[in-house]
Design a protein around this ligand. Structure first.
Ligand SMILES: [Zn+2]
Length: 163
């Protein structure tokens, strides 16, 4: 039996790929943060929704510095990133009510890194019976919620961090 699953983000991915441009290197201009799916900036790192998510609310935390190796991260940035992981988890628990999480860093192409030259931490919320297994078996994902909805849900919680 062949199952056809509508996966528009795969096409978006193919069409938007620009080789040589690091999508995790940000400038100071925050006017395009919504378009770039950046939900929060701290002093040394930022939180961004993954455009090709494994699940609804899939976030990435990356340093402002372009850095491929985890062992090269300075202590302040490491601490800042881990602080953001904790804040993101707290917010996702409140806002999305997941039943679990996967937190991980893929290093190197063979380790599954999509952007291997700029390290980032993945946070994937998990629900009982979610469809994440599909990514493992066939690189096909079922995403019931649009990215923009996830952004609109999470953004106000992150904005509250600064107030
Ligand atoms: Zn970069």
């Amino acid at each position: 039996m062949t199952k056809v699953i509508w996966a528009p983000w795969r096409m978006e991915y193919i069409l938007s790929e620009k080789p040589g441009e690091c999508i995790l290197c940000l400038d100071r201009d925050e006017t395009n943060d919504r378009k770039r799916l950046i939900v929060y900036r701290s002093s040394r790192s930022f939180v961004m929704l993954n455009r090709y998510p494994y699940n609804n609310g899939h976030l990435m935390i990356a340093p402002f510095t372009h850095c491929a190796n985890i062992e090269d991260l300075d202590p302040e940035t490491s601490l800042d990133m881990f602080g953001l992981v904790q804040k993101a988890i707290r917010i996702m628990k409140e806002c999305l009510q997941p039943e679990g999480f996967n937190i991980g860093i893929n290093l190197g192409r063979v380790g599954g890194a999509g952007v291997e030259e700029h390290l980032h931490i993945h946070i994937v919320p998990r629900w009982n019976g979610d469809t994440n297994f599909m990514a493992v078996i066939s690189d096909v994902r079922v995403m019931p919620e649009h990215l923009e909805d996830s952004y609109n849900k999470l953004r106000p919680y992150f904005q509250e961090l600064d107030s």
